[in-house]
Every structure is written in C-alpha cells, then in structure tokens.
Design a protein around this ligand. Sequence first.
Ligand code: ACM
Length: 191
Amino acid sequence: MNGQGRPCPFCSEGMANMRVGFYQFTPLFGEVSRNLDRVVGTLDQADADLIVLPELCASGYQFVSQQEVVRLSEPVPNGPTTQRLIDLAKRRRMTIVAGLPERGGSACYNSAVVVGPSGFIGCYRKTHLFFEETLFFTPGDTGFQVWDIGSAKIGAMICFDWYYPEAARTLALKGAEIICHPSNLILPNCS
Ligand code: ACM
C-alpha cells in the first residue's frame, strides 16, 4: 500500500506501516447496547489503525419485519451506535468501519459508517441488497466512496456488493488502497 510513512523497499513511493484487522463476532439480534458493549470491550484492548466490523453488527442481521428495521435503525451520525463508535475511535486513535441499520428520513438503509480519531468520516449505504434485505431496506444512494484516512485511502462495500465486480472496480479506480467489506456471509461459497 502506498501512503505516508516508511519508505517501501519494493518501489520508490512511501508505504504506510499500518495495523489492519477485523473483529468477527455473533451479534445478538435486537440487542444494540449489548452488541456495542461487546465491540467496545474488545476493541478497547486492540492495538490497530483500522478495524472492520460485520454487516449490521449493531442490530444483528436476521430481520423478519419492516417494524423491526424501523425500530432498530438509527440516524447517522447522531444515532447512539455511531456516537459510541466515534468515542471509541477517538480514545483508541483508530479508524472503524461498522455495519448498522440507518434511518434516513422515511427510508432505512443497510449502511456502514466510517469513524476515526477526528470523528465521523462517512457513511456508505449498501447498493446491492441481498434476498430478503430487499423487503426491508432501500437500495443505497451514496455510490462507492473512498476516504483518505492519512495512512491509506480506504473504500467500503457491504457483503453482496462483492458479487458485482463493478463495486471493487469503482473503488479501485477512485484510488482505494484498502477495501473494507463488512459482511454477513450466508452463501455457501462465501464462508
Ligand atoms: C449478504 O449480502 N449479506 C449476503
């Protein structure tokens, strides 16, 4: 990856020395505070520059009604999940990409927020909804975005977006050096 930092031994450009990871866990459906307690409890022990959390990790994934989605979705960035993640990112000086159900006006999106040591960075709304997600969420309208977090340019897509090559291609053409991919991989060929 080319960014700021140590010189790269393999090319003439600079290379960031980054610690990148993910935290995979089993969110409890509907238990937003408990899920966030778990994320904060774990990441408070982590030494990382960039951490990716699962798709819909604040709420859990398996929605069965629109009412559930409306009840559990939150505004971004002022909702409790994004605010808690911002606190964590500031305290630990890390960038976090995390999935949550987002409420935007009357629509609900399957979204990923990006937060860092200086606060809210951005939000990506899932473009390619999978199976029953189409019953409950509105397709994203943000497009595929890239953010410069200092040590690297990062892009985001969510789970089934992966199935469509144009998602990663668009992020690469926009300069993404790392693609953050919150997922809840329920397809047999995706484990
Ligand atoms: C998926 O998009 N969660 C398969």
